[in-house]
Design a protein around this ligand. Structure first.
Ligand SMILES: Nc1ncnc2c1ncn2[C@@H]1O[C@H](COP(=O)(O)OP(=O)(O)OP(=O)(O)O)[C@@H](O)[C@H]1O
Length: 499
C-alpha cells in the first residue's frame, strides 16, 4: 500500500508513504510547502497533535502550509507522507503536560472551594484554589499560540470534568478565528483542530459552513485593524480592556464550572521585546488587570522571566517553560501568505487536495475534525451605495504629530478618535480594504462617534470594486444580507483576490 503527496491539481509525485515508529515521549514534525497536503494515520499506540488525541485508522488531512507535530507519550506507529519530516526526542510537550496538570488541579480545587467541598488536608502542596488565568509571553516564533492551544486541548479533553476555558487572543498579527487585525475570545469545550495555518485555532461560526457549525466557535471580536502593536497601542489597550470587561460579564453569567475553567491568553511577540518600550509594559499591565491574570507563563527567554518575576512575582505565579525545538521560524513572506490565507479562508472557506491513496471516499479522512476535505463557503458579492454604509478610520495615518496638537490636547484623544472616511475621495484607500462591521450599541439612545471604539465586531466585508461616479461599491461578505445603515471601520488590512 502506498500513496504520494498531492498538488492542487490532484497530480501526484514522489516516493510512496512511510511508516514511522515513534518512541515514547518523542514527536514527529512536519512543515508543508505551499499547495501541498498530507494525510497522517495512527496505526497503533497513542498520539496527539497539540493535545488533540488522534483516533486510530482515520486519515487526518493537513494543508495550507501547516507546520505541526504529532507527539506520543507512550509510543506509536503512524503512516505518513509529508513534505519535510523528522522525528525528535527533544520535545517540550512533557513540560507543557506538567503545566497543564497544575492548571487542572487549580480548576478542581477552585470548583471544590465554591461547592464547599474543599476539605482540610486536601491541598497539601498549597496549590492556588483559584481558576487559572494564564498569560503566555514569549518572543517571535517561540510557540505561544501552540502552547495556548495545547493547554486548552488538555483542559477540555479531561475525562472527569467538563471544563470550558476561554481562549483569548490579543495578538492582532494572528487571525485566530477571523481575520488578522482583530483580537478575540471564545469559550472552548471540545479540542481545537490543527489542519491548516489558515485556521490556527479551529473553525469559527463565521468561517464554518452551516452544515459543520456544530463544530464552530462563536468568538467575541474587537477590531484593531493593524498587525503591529506600535501602530496604535492606545487603541489596542482600549480594546483589550473592553474585551476583558465583556469576558468578566460573561464569567458572571456562566456556572461555577465555567468560571473554574479559567482562561488562557495568547499575546503578540512584541510583548516580549524590551525594544517595544513603555507601550508594551502598559499593554501587559492591561492584560493582567483586565483578565485578572494569576499565572504568567514565559516561553524561553530567561531575561523576560526575570523581568516578569521582578515586576509581578509578588502577586502572580511566574513560570518559565522551555521553547520547543520544533517551533519554526516564519519569515515575513510566510507570515504575509498566512494572513492572506486567513482572509481568503474567512470568505471562501477551505478545500484541500486529498493525497492519493488517502481517498477512500468521504468519511475515511478528517479535515478540521470534519469528515470531508471540502469546507468551502459561498460568499456573496453585493453592490451597495456609498450612503448605505458609514465608514470610519480610528486615528491611524490621519493623526497629527504630537508637536502639532494644541497645547493641553492629549494624544490619546486623537488616537481613539473615529474619523469619517469618504469613499468618493480617490485617496480614501477604501478599495480592497477589510472593513469591520460594528455591532450596534446596546443603548436605545443616540450613538456617539467616540463610542465606536468600544463596540465589538459582528462580521467583516471587503470592498472589491468602487464606482465613484455612481457612488457605489461592491463588497464581498461571507453571508448575504443588507448593509444599509451599518457602521464599518477600516484600517490598514487589505486583501485582493489572486486571479
Ligand atoms: N513543537 C513544535 N513542533 C513543530 N512545530 C511547532 C512546534 N511548536 C510550534 N510549532 C510551529 O512553529 C511555528 C511557530 O509557533 P507558534 O505560532 O505557536 O509561535 P508564536 O510564538 O505564537 O508565534 P508569533 O511569533 O506569531 O507570536 C508554527 O508554525 C507552529 O505550528
Amino acid at each position: 500500500m502506498s500513496y504520494a503527496p498531492s498538488g492542487p491539481d490532484g497530480s501526484t509525485s514522489g516516493p510512496t508513504y512511510r511508516e514511522w515508529v515513534l518512541q515514547p515521549q518523542s514527536e514527529y514534525r512536519f512543515e508543508l510547502a505551499p499547495n501541498t497536503s498530507i494525510g497522517i494515520k495512527l496505526l497503533d499506540g497513542y498520539a496527539e497533535c497539540y493535545g488533540t488525541e488522534l483516533a486510530t485508522r482515520v486519515v487526518y488531512l493537513f494543508g495550507g502550509e501547516c507546520k505541526a507535530v504529532i507527539y506520543t507519550h507512550s509510543g506509536c506507529t503512524i503512516e505518513i507522507k509529508p513534505a519535510t519530516e523528522y522525528t525528535s526526542e527533544e520535545t517540550a510537550m512533557g513540560h507543557y503536560q506538567s503545566a497543564s496538570i497544575l492548571f487542572e488541579q487549580m480548576r478542581v480545587l477552585s470548583l471544590a472551594t465554591v461547592n464547599g467541598a474543599l476539605l482540610d488536608g486536601l491541598n497539601p502542596q498549597n496549590i492556588p484554589a483559584t481558576p487559572p488565568h494564564i498569560l503566555v509571553l514569549g518572543p517571535e516564533n517561540s510557540g505561544k499560540t501552540t502552547l495556548c492551544k495545547a493547554l486548552i486541548n488538555y483542559a477540555v479533553r479531561g475525562e472527569h470534568d467538563e471544563w470550558s476555558p476561554i481562549l483569548v487572543n490579543v495578538d492582532p498579527g494572528d487571525g485566530a478565528w477571523s481575520v488578522p487585525g482583530s483580537i478575540s475570545a471564545a469559550s472552548i469545550s471540545t479540542p481545537l483542530s490543527t489542519s491548516t495555518s489558515a485556521c490556527p485555532l479551529g473553525l469559527s461560526a463565521s468561517t464554518a459552513p452551516t452544515v459543520w457549525s456544530s463544530n464552530a466557535l462563536i468568538p467575541l471580536t474587537y477590531w484593531y485593524g493593524h498587525t503591529e502593536i506600535q501602530r496604535n497601542p492606545v487603541l489596542l489597550e482600549r480594546i483589550i480592556r473592553n474585551l476583558g470587561a465583556r469576558i468578566e460579564e460573561r464569567l458572571v453569567q456562566v456556572g461555577s464550572q465555567g468560571r473554574a475553567s479559567g482562561l488562557i491568553i495568547d499575546t503578540p511577540p512584541a510583548f516580549a521585546s524590551s525594544s517595544s518600550g513603555d507601550r508594551r509594559n502598559s499593554l501587559i499591565k492591561a492584560c493582567i488587570e483586565s483578565f485578572k491574570v494569576n499565572i504568567i507563563l514565559v516561553i524561553g527567554q530567561e531575561k523576560l522571566h526575570a523581568e516578569m518575576q521582578r515586576t509581578y512575582g509578588r502577586s502572580i505565579n511566574v513560570i518559565r517553560l522551555p521553547k520547543s525545538g520544533g517551533a519554526v521560524d516564519r519569515d515575513p513572506a510566510h507570515r504575509r501568505r498566512v494572513r492572506n490565507h486567513q482572509i481568503q479562508n474567512y470568505m471562501y472557506g477551505q478545500k484541500i487536495a486529498v493525497p492519493d491513496g488517502c481517498d477512500k471516499g468521504e468519511g475515511s479522512y478528517l479535515f478540521q475534525h470534519e469528515p470531508t476535505s471540502d469546507l468551502s463557503l459561498a460568499p456573496s458579492s453585493t453592490v451597495v451605495s456609498f450612503d448605505d454604509i458609514t465608514i470610519y478610520r480610528i486615528g491611524g495615518e490621519s493623526m497629527a504629530p504630537s508637536s502639532a496638537l494644541p497645547i493641553g490636547a492629549s494624544r490619546a484623544v486623537s488616537e481613539l478618535l473615529p474619523l469619517h472616511v469618504d469613499p468618493s475621495s480617490p485617496s480614501s484607500g477604501v478599495l480592497n480594504s477589510v472593513l469591520a462591521l460594528l455591532a450596534s450599541a446596546a443603548s436605545d439612545g443616540e450613538q456617539y462617534d467616540e463610542e465606536l471604539v468600544d463596540l465589538p465586531v459582528h462580521g467583516f466585508i471587503i470592498v472589491t470594486a468602487i464606482d465613484i461616479p455612481n457612488r457605489k461599491m461592491t463588497v464581498l461578505s461571507p453571508t448575504s444580507g443588507t448593509f444599509t445603515g451599518q457602521t464599518a471601520v477600516m484600517a490598514s488590512i487589505d486583501w485582493q483576490e489572486i486571479a
